[in-house]
Design a protein around this ligand. Structure first.
Ligand code: NAD
Ligand code: TYD
Length: 336
């Protein structure tokens, strides 16, 4: 199979590229990534010389580039990870979220349609469903009600996939997964940010009352889910994936502190995120039934592996802490 993976230098994409090259020695993977602040070729060092892997630096909104890649590389399948992915950044400036997440998806869809691509897997998010109260779970038929500019842009892309399916019989499939964690995650997201701050004995900024709930999934479980959708998913369908690990943010932060043997006095409650979704929780029974998928790792196992990875990879950490990152941190957290 010849697969175009977009956004394969980011956190989930890089984990997925490696997972697939390892599992399917006869598949070819072309990774198209523009390398934003979140794209990092260090994540792919082990596979850079693999004959089944090729990296192309480029933008998913670039129509002629996409058409050339689909033709020259005889692409059969597209898996679209490329996105702006951080809610806080989308609150500061939504523009690039619309360009990449909505327009970029449309460019990929139109090119894929023209080249008769066999399957298009859109990596979406549970955040398109909005926020839950204390009860209930997101199912694939929960109405879409995004609350942040990020989730609105991801919803726009999902609607385009479904519109192409209904209008053109286009072979699109959508995955909606809960919060991922694991190695190579950029330290703007909760778990790596807290690990890195704790390692430096810096304050751990918990938004609001710390009682917002996220369902955490170890990234390898998500990769297995995407693999299952690629091979067994039905066109025009949506599949939810979750980790069966609902936690309040404060509990998550306390677990990290305990595993790093750091004091809870590092916790600092800061101003809440505007429009902060209260709770995400996933019903993934459709994936269980139709794809025979369920998460393998408990949060306790996954978080230990994740912390060990950050402890063992200080070089990766120091290369990620660029001036751009330090400026971002200063800007986002100084007035909180
Ligand atoms: P990430 O921010 O780590 O990586 C995104 C990658 O996309 C980066 O390598 C970046 O360089 C690339 N990219 C951005 N704009 C591009 C463009 N215009 N052209 C080409 N490449 C571009 O994100 P992630 O956490 O790995 O998320 C990957 C996908 O999974 C996203 O679509 C996200 O919405 C979705 N998702 C993420 C989570 C999560 O918890 N992280 C959960 C569910 C779904
Ligand atoms: P995040 O990792 O940004 O993922 P998302 O907003 O897409 O779920 O945040 C996870 C949760 O952690 C969310 O409720 C916001 C909260 N959070 C903090 O309390 N402090 C932080 O510094 C960050 C980045 C997030």
């Amino acid at each position: 199979m010849r697969i175009l993976v977009t956004g394969g230098a980011g956190f989930i994409g890089a984990n997925f590229v490696k997972y697939m090259l390892n599992k399917y020695p006869d598949y070819k993977i072309i990774n198209l990534d523009i390398l934003t602040y979140a794209g990092n070729l260090d994540n792919l060092i082990e596979v850079e010389n693999n004959p089944n892997y090729k990296f192309i630096r480029g933008d998913i909104t670039n129509k002629s580039l996409i058409n050339n890649i689909l033709e020259d590389k005889n692409i059969e399948v597209i898996i679209n990870f490329a996105a702006e992915s951080h809610v806080d950044r989308s609150i500061e400036d939504a523009e690039v979220f619309i360009t990449t997440n909505v327009l970029g998806t449309q460019v990929l869809l139109s090119a894929a349609k023209m080249h008769n691509i066999q399957r298009f897997v859109q990596i979406s998010t549970d955040e398109v469903y909005g926020s839950l109260g204390t009860e209930g779970y997101f199912t694939e038929t929960t109405p879409l009600a995004p609350s942040s500019p990020y989730s609105a842009s991801k919803t726009g892309a999902d609607l385009l996939i479904m519109a192409f399916y209904h209008t053109h019989n286009f072979p699109g499939i959508i995955t909606r997964c809960s919060n991922n964690y694991g190695h190579y995650q950029f330290p703007e997201k909760l778990i790596p940010l807290m690990i890195l701050n704790a390692l430096e004995d810096k304050p751990l900024p918990v938004y609001g009352d710390g009682l917002n709930i996220r369902d955490w999934i170890y990234v390898e479980d998500h990769c297995r889910g995407i693999d299952a959708v690629l091979h067994k998913g039905k066109e025009g369908e949506v599949y939810n994936f979750g980790g069966n690990s609902e936690k309040t943010n404060i509990d998550t932060v306390k677990i990290i502190l305990r595993l790093l043997d750091k004091p809870e006095s590092l916790i600092s409650f800061v101003k809440d995120r505007p429009g902060h979704d209260r709770r995400y929780a996933i019903d993934f029974s459709k994936a269980e039934k139709e794809l025979e998928w369920k998460p393998k790792y408990s949060f306790e196992e996954g978080i230990k592996m994740t912390i060990d990875w950050y402890l063992d990879n200080s070089k990766w950490i120091s290369r990620v802490k660029t001036k751009e990152y330090l400026d971002y941190y200063e800007k986002m957290y100084k007035d909180r």
